[in-house]
Design a protein around this ligand. Structure first.
Ligand code: PNW
Length: 457
């Protein structure tokens, strides 16, 4: 079994590529958002980011030296189709061809995400982005364009990264692009994102492309604060609002019953043919996992603070209060380090969606550092990775959960969305002036983790 295990690192186009106006690329909503005053810490943008667009060969070399088998990256839709719907840009295709060929030459398997939040700006301006099913239709064509261009070499596809973030942070709290604030729009956006997923998978399967296609959703673990029935229900429902909201439809063909019950008409409805399109429309479950909270029915003081981070705008709908244990360590994002929550999360997924292969498509942490010397000495992150990969191995080898891969977020420090460049998630340090890369202690620790597991497989 372990022979098939994928050990990798993950990144996303807007966070690392830079070259925002290069070679015919169109603008995306993150270009517009990051250039809007007040949206990003210190006014940082992804204009240059890690300049991976030009330095990709060096980055692939670092991955080869790390000994990983696989690399997850995303394609910028607006490089492939600059306005999202019209002409195809051959220079955009050429860039990803260079990257994919470079990976394959080093024996690294590409896992390609089609959408990691950088929607072509034209589709936002003309269609209100994911509030319109038109955008889903445009995504179908974009996906097919990618399958045609890269499908001879790419056999692991992820349609969407973290639709929860797009819907809740993009359309609920307004913290992320496109910056809309609403109680109802997150449900509409998520609906159209799910339909777009279904359409892309239909193209993939009917087109007879080789390989697997799936979706990556994020979810934190929710541990009942007490053993009371109320708290156990609160924890369960909270995970359904977080993860099952966006995963049940692609497996069972509809939203969780608790969401329909709680939200009524605020939750859009799938037609019979849409249900048929979505049901079974994933070959695997992608999980991005970062942290754990206690969940309770009874509001607590702390919950109001945590709910902002952990529950986004949907906390009122969930009727769940979140809290933490004072003994838990926190990353510089303020996220709690709780490896046992990861093991429980993997088991929860396995229990609900029996026997679907699971890829952990992101897990990692940010560590504060004010110099390169301090940053590369990241024993905190090395321990984080040891703890979380141990929890994964317990789930895989002891509990029998079919986990097939683990991708550390992230290969290198990069543009951490609204937090700009101050939040460093990389196992490689990036000097954003010189663009020099320096492996951190965690890079070496991760190499050992990967080598040890590959040796016993
Ligand atoms: C994920 N939250 O984002 C993304 O997929 C990455 O692009 C990102 O860099 C990484 O995790 C670290 O943040 C998230 O508020 C952003 O719960 C916000 C949340 C979760 C994940």
């Amino acid at each position: 079994m372990s022979t098939e295990f994928h050990w990798g690192t993950a990144t996303a186009s807007y966070q690392i590529e830079g070259a925002w106006l290069k070679d015919g690329k169109g603008l995306s909503i993150w270009d517009a958002f990051s250039h809007t005053p007040g949206k990003i810490h210190k006014g940082d943008t992804g204009d240059t980011a890690c300049d991976h667009y030009h330095l990709y060969e060096k980055d692939v070399e670092m991955m080869a030296e790390l000994g990983i088998t696989s690399y997850r990256f995303s394609i910028a839709w607006s490089r492939i189709i600059p306005d999202g719907k019209g002409e195809i840009n051959p220079e955009g295709i050429a860039f990803y061809n260079r990257l994919i060929d470079c990976l394959l030459a080093k024996g690294i398997t590409p896992f390609v995400t089609l959408y990691h939040w950088d929607l072509p700006l034209t589709l936002q301006l003309e269609n209100d982005g994911w509030l319109s099913e038109q955008t889903s239709e445009h995504f179908r064509r974009y996906a097919k364009t990618c399958f045609d261009a890269f499908g001879d070499r790419v056999q692991h596809w992820i349609t969407f990264n973290e639709n929860w973030c797009t819907a809740v942070l993009g359309y609920g709290t307004g913290n992320f692009a496109p910056g809309r604030k609403s109680n109802d729009e997150p449900y509409i956006a998520a609906h159209n994102l799910l339909l777009a997923h279904g359409m892309a998978v239909q193209e993939f399967r009917e087109g007879g492309y080789p390989g697997q296609i799936g979706i990556s959703n994020n979810c934190d673990w929710r541990e009942p604060l007490t053993d009371s029935k109320e708290d156990r229900n609160a924890a369960q429902e909270s995970i359904e609002f977080f993860f099952a909201w966006l995963t049940d439809p692609v497996i069972f063909g509809d939203y969780p019953a608790i969401m329909r019950e709680r939200l009524g008409d605020r939750l859009p409805t799938f037609t019979q043919s849409q249900k048929a399109l979505l049901k079974g429309s994933t070959d695997f479950i992608g999980l991005n996992h970062y942290t754990t909270h206690y969940a309770s029915r009874t509001p607590s003081e702390e919950s109001s603070v945590d709910a902002k981070d952990g529950n986004g705008g949907m906390s009122d709908d969930q009727q769940v209060s979140l809290s933490s244990d004072p003994d838990w360590q926190r990353t510089s994002m303020g996220w709690y380090v709780v490896p046992w929550g990861f093991r429980k999360m993997l088991n929860w997924i396995h229990d609900r969606y029996a026997n679907y292969p699971i890829y952990v498509t992101e897990n990692g942490c940010s560590v504060e550092a004010d110099s390169r010397e301090a940053a590369v000495d990241d024993e905190f992150r090395a321990n984080f990775l040891r703890g979380y990969t141990d929890a994964l191995k317990q789930a895989r080898d002891v509990d029998g959960v079919p986990v097939r891969g683990y991708f550390c977020w992230s290969l290198m420090d990069n543009f951490e969305w609204t937090r700009g460049y101050d939040m460093r998630f990389g196992i490689v340090y990036v000097d954003f002036e010189s663009m020099e890369r320096t492996p951190k202690a965690s890079y070496h620790a991760y190499r050992e983790i990967v080598a040890a597991d590959r040796a016993i497989s």
